[in-house]
Structures are given as structure tokens and as C-alpha cells.
Design a protein around this ligand. Structure first.
Ligand SMILES: [Zn+2]
Length: 177
């Protein structure tokens, strides 16, 4: 942040009083431009042991496979964000849902929250950010064409515990980069 979002003056990188790290601070109005991690919220849904995957229609990682997920918006809860993404991207209304995996990615300052939901059927309605979907069991997962490492970790843990136990499982993991 080179210019203050409050008054437009050029900012300075300093450690503010009572803080312990460099921030972009406005010398005119004293506004501190905090930059904090982003939350990614998503849903891993399954039907009869098969996971709903979707193929990205946007960069980055266009045409690679993932689960419906995206950036949490202001003013919504984790679950609301995850369900919004699932609704927007693949047209599912995942209820009920339990938090299945929290995945911290410190090197890019992200925290991913994936809810698990057992789907009532295989009906979907693909949004414009997605160009294909599939329901995949373990052997059908396109392991070499997954969009992100977090998705690989998510799917690996899902198939290790299995669909029956997924609703009662929780993993708190951190990417090692
Ligand atoms: Zn300012």
C-alpha cells in the first residue's frame, strides 16, 4: 500500500507504537494499513462414496480440478461463505455440513476452511467459474491435475477416513510450503 486509502498521502513503512512489525503507516492521518491472511472457504461434498470435483474455468490453474471454494466475503460466517461458493460454482445447497479440514498456508498467508457435506443426489448447476464437474472415487481422482496442494491433502484425508466417518472427522493441518 504506497498511498493511504484514507487520505491519499504517501505511506511510510514503520513499526507503529505498541506493535512489533513493519506496517505501511500514513504520516498525515496516522492510518495503519494492516495486511492479514485471507480465508478460503469451500465444501467437499460426496454422494455414495464419490466426491464432487469441479474444473476451474478461471486463472490461476484454469482447467485443473478442485472442490467448490473461494475467498470468504466480509459479513458472512465460514459456513455461509462455503455454502455460497458451493451454490455459485456448482449449484448445490450443502446441508448439513461439518468443518472437516482447516489448512493453514503460511507462505502465502492463507487459511483454508473446508466443510464436509453428504449430498442428497448428484444434481448440479455449473456456474461460469467452472467448466466441468465429476463425481470421483479414489481411483478416479485426477491426482496429477489437481489445482492446488490443499485439494490433494483434503482428498487424501477424505478417502483415508471414508464417507461414513467424514461427518465426524476434523483435521487441523499446516502446509510446509
Ligand atoms: Zn492518510
Amino acid at each position: 500500500m504506497h498511498y493511504c486509502i484514507n487520505c491519499g498521502a504517501k505511506t511510510e513503512s514503520i513499526v507503529p507504537p505498541m506493535d512489533n512489525r513493519l506496517r505501511d503507516v500514513c504520516p498525515e492521518c496516522s492510518y495503519v494499513h494492516y495486511v492479514n491472511p485471507n480465508n478460503i472457504v469451500g465444501v467437499i461434498g460426496s454422494f455414495e462414496g464419490k466426491v464432487l470435483l469441479c474444473k476451474r474455468n478461471t486463472e490461476p490453474r484454469k482447467n485443473y480440478w478442485t472442490v467448490p471454494a473461494g475467498f470468504m466475503e466480509n459479513g458472512e460466517s465460514l459456513l455461509e461463505g462455503a455454502q455460497r461458493e458451493a451454490s455459485e460454482e456448482v449449484g448445490i445447497k450443502p446441508m448439513p455440513s461439518n468443518l472437516f479440514m482447516v489448512y493453514s498456508v503460511p507462505h502465502i498467508s492463507q487459511v483454508h476452511f473446508y466443510f464436509y457435506s453428504r449430498l442428497e443426489d448428484m444434481s448440479t448447476n455449473i456456474g461460469e467459474e467452472i467448466n466441468d464437474i465429476m463425481f470421483a472415487d479414489y481411483k478416479d481422482i485426477p491426482w496429477d491435475d489437481l489445482a492446488f496442494n490443499s485439494i490433494r491433502v483434503l482428498l487424501k484425508h477424505f478417502f483415508e477416513v471414508g464417507e461414513e466417518k467424514a461427518a465426524n472427522s476434523f483435521f487441523n493441518l499446516t502446509s510446509n510450503g
